[in-house]
Design a protein around this ligand. Sequence first.
Ligand code: ATP
Ligand code: MN
Length: 440
Amino acid sequence: MALDELADWRKSHYTKDITQEFIDKEVILGGWVRNFRDLGGLKFINLQDKYGERQITLKKGVVSDEIFDKAKLGYQYCIMVKGKVKRFDKAPGGIEIIPSKLKILNKTPEKLPIDMTGETNSELDLRLNNRALDLRSLRSQAIFEIRAEVLKSIRNFLLERDFTEITTPKIIGSATEGGTELFPIMYFDKEAFLTQSAQLYKEQLSGVYERVFEISPCFRAEKSRTKRHLCEIFTLDLEMAFADMNDVLKILEEMVHNVIKDIRKNKMPALKILKMDNKTIVPEIPLPRYTYDEILDLITKEFKINVEWGEDISTEAYRKLGEEITGYYYITHWPMLIKPFYIQPSKDPKYSESFDLQMGWLELTSGGTRVHNKEKLIEALEEKGLNPISFESHLNAFGFGMPPHAGFGLGIARWITFLCGLDDIRESVMYPRTPDRLTP
Ligand code: ATP
Ligand code: MN
């Protein structure tokens, strides 16, 4: 069978637009066949588009023979339908469409590589191999609708509070935090790197625009094969001038509260598809705050897990912690020893003005008050064994009236994983990058 041409057909609406007010009106819909049932004299097409689905009903004798016979469809065929809207309570949206014309624009193999009916869940790697198809599944649609809502809600929240959206370079000449874990690239005849965070640039820009944020990719060349690490991550980076850690803790918890409120208000159907409608709930704020020392006490005394003071908390200990403290909470005042050079030491310089936002066992955010005094920053670099000369252009900005400032970085994919109740972070990214995956 030859395929139809698009020609002068254009969609008149998306499925979500077709409500009860459209009864008896003619519409043109376009999308993919989520489901096709042939009951002999009666055929049903579930046509999905980016927003949802509507039922197309073909009853022999009611529709023309030509269109009835033409409707031999497979899952995920790309089709367009012209037809009249009718009321039908049992169909999605309480609506069915009685078609007068049908275009088959593209076909699929008889057997799709992954299950698209929503009845079973194919293995994640197989789904990722066929990602453009998989993203049309009900489950993936729900995840990325929630992600879009999260990003929109974050932007709205911050723009309403005088934050300026910035963009900073992703190709950099030297290591941001002096760490390893950078992807080197060739920049003409020189070596350069993909950025691991917007840290230094957002700090500089807080000395211009005062309150700044950026939502952008950064790159971590970690060979961690966990269910919470990716090599290309998408983070919300925020920085506030004339502020310290306490101001940041406040704005972050308000943002978390607001974003979840927005998801519940605007994306309840998606939460229901993911069975998260009773789990993704708005946390009470202020969030619980624990110091690193308090957490260490809990870990060593209650859980009897050995962590030396000044060490990072092990995954095993975090897991136990997540059983004890299930919601969102802060861990503040980490040892300076395990914090980067730009973090402000506390009055007792063993500690730092830093925090993590945790959700159960998972780290979502790291942040803190920054050093804004140039001499202190140079000392801090030297203490961490870094060469101030490699940070010359950054330090330069600190000679021109850098205000006190504080901020955080939040992993968007980590948060989506939690909000959507996913087992593996790769499911929360359209095209994840891991040590084992570079395509599609
Ligand atoms: P972790 O210890 O969990 O690997 P980190 O402390 O190295 O994370 P930060 O440098 O603090 O990470 O980055 C800020 C946030 O970005 C983290 O709190 C986390 O939500 C997210 N993030 C960091 N690394 C990754 C990664 N490899 N994959 C996904 N998200 C990440
Ligand atoms: Mn961190």
